[in-house]
Design a protein around this ligand. Structure first.
Ligand SMILES: [Zn+2]
Length: 305
């Protein structure tokens, strides 16, 4: 796929995707990730900076650093919904630390916001109002309204995984990692699906095993997946009522699992027509965060780059 993110002349952008368990880095050249490398996410700040340095070693000196991060970016610091994800992350001054380490300007945004911007860039000829939702280990999101990525005053905008949902899980309501009961993430994330499946089947199960069983027609598995799909549809309908979306882009390993989009659309169409919004599969794949962050860097630094 040719991605619409082209930098002028010999500009070298180093894109970095920082997740809860891994860090990936690549150069983004003519819309593609080049020389992609990945290492585990370490537990301490010192090891984190060493890992970033290792990922940047042996590459051309970058003109800019585009970063997609788990958590959200408030000013020049990252903050976490779930404080257990990375021990040193909440309040970590990511942008100045990376700028000092790598000697280049840094632009950083939440990873789902980056993916939202990337998916929007592919659709901007026909779409101005888009919500991206990723169903994966957690549930994240990013919002583009009027052709502008909305980060919000504190970097929170689009975090649809932490909206309250009126659909209970099949097990006892579980506290979300953010510290609140009833969040979408606590019923429809991969982690929540695995938790409910393990409860229902009385043995340890992954979300992938659950989805396989549901597709195979297992009634117990289907009940869990359809309940989660109703929760996702409820969140989409509420977002559409607030934002008047043109498209909902669904991504993540759970969101892109076979038949998941059909289950969610079926649940959405149980609501009155005013709540219906077109749901499309995400297309940027595993590098969506890096590609979106690079495109966002270009947008933010467009005058200089
Ligand atoms: Zn939550």
């Amino acid at each position: 796929m040719v991605y619409p993110c082209h930098f002028k002349g010999a500009l070298v952008i180093l894109a970095i995707d920082i997740g809860g368990t891994k860090i990936a880095a690549a150069h983004v050249v003519n819309g593609a990730c080049i020389d992609r490398r990945q290492l585990p996410m370490p537990d301490t700040e010192a090891e984190f900076l060493q890992t970033i340095a290792r990922l940047a070693t042996g590459r051309p000196l970058p003109s800019g650093i585009a970063v997609a991060v788990t958590g959200y970016v408030n000013g020049d610091r990252v903050q976490s919904f779930n404080h257990k994800t990375i021990s040193f992350w909440d309040g970590f001054p990511l942008i100045p630390r990376l700028a000092q380490l790598l000697g280049a300007p840094v632009v950083a945004i939440n990873d789902a916001q980056a993916a939202a911007w990337g998916e929007y860039c592919l659709r901007k000829a026909s779409c101005q109002d888009l919500l991206f939702m990723t169903l994966s280990t957690g549930v994240g999101g990013g919002l583009v309204l009027g052709g502008t990525l909305r980060e919000g005053s504190h970097g929170l905008a689009g975090h649809i995984g932490h909206v309250a949902i009126d659909v209970p899980p099949i097990d006892a309501p579980s506290m979300c990692g953010c510290g609140r009961l009833g969040c979408l993430e606590a019923i429809a994330s991969g982690t929540a699906l695995a938790r409910q499946a393990s409860h229902r089947f009385g043995r340890s199960m992954t979300s992938s095993e659950l989805l396989d069983s549901a597709r195979g027609g297992d009634a117990l598995a289907l009940d869990i997946v359809q309940r989660a799909s109703h929760a996702v549809a409820s969140a989409i309908a509420s977002a559409h009522a607030q934002l008047d979306l043109q498209v909902l882009v669904l991504g993540g390993s759970v969101g892109l699992a076979p038949n998941m989009l059909n289950w969610i659309e079926s649940a959405l169409h149980r609501y009155p027509a005013v709540y219906h919004v077109r749901v499309e599969r995400a297309t940027l794949g595993a590098d969506a965060g890096m590609l979106g962050a690079a495109a966002w860097f270009q947008d933010q630094r467009g005058g200089d780059y």
